[in-house]
Design a protein around this ligand. Structure first.
Ligand SMILES: [Zn+2]
Length: 156
């Protein structure tokens, strides 16, 4: 299961609307717990693919290293990635699968239809290596708790 706060959920969906008709992408920082990945912070990333930004996404390696450092400073880990599918369903593509290398991470995809965010799905990358890795559908739990929302707002 992927657990995320309501503000983070709204923010990652809004990111996809902002970059429409291009894909957005970003990193999910948090903690991997026995019941799933808990997101504490989302980090926007620049989409470095210029050849076909509407159906490809990529996070530059140096940007990822920076994000990893940022996570460590906060006492968090990278627990997932997100991107958008402009005018395509919120399902992973063969390219998404080929480019997913972080076993145990959640890969979140938001479908953006005509500039509006519709469905957001998460897929957990399981397995032990590149040969036996696979994506599993993963439920997304959104914390709607008022106290948590206020706390989140107070931080940003
Ligand atoms: Zn994709």
């Amino acid at each position: 299961m992927l657990k995320l706060s309501y503000p983070d959920y709204v923010a990652l969906r809004a990111h996809g609307e902002e970059t429409y008709p291009h894909e957005c992408c970003g990193v999910l920082l948090g903690k991997s717990e026995p019941d799933g990945n808990h997101v504490r912070e989302i980090v926007r990333a620049g989409n470095t693919r210029t050849d076909s930004a509407h159906n490809r996404y990529n996070i530059a390696p140096e940007e990822l290293i920076k994000t990893q450092r940022q996570a460590r400073k906060l006492g968090l880990d990278i627990v997932g990635f997100y991107h958008s599918h402009p005018d395509h369903p919120a399902q992973w593509s063969q390219t998404d699968f080929a480019e997913a290398h972080w076993i145990g991470c959640s890969y979140v995809i938001t479908a953006i239809a005509q500039g509006k965010a519709t469905i957001t799905n998460s897929f957990l990358l399981t397995g032990t290596n590149e040969e036996d890795k696979k994506f599993l559908d993963e439920p997304v739990e959104i914390a709607m708790n008022e106290a948590e929302i206020v706390q989140e707002r107070g931080r940003s």
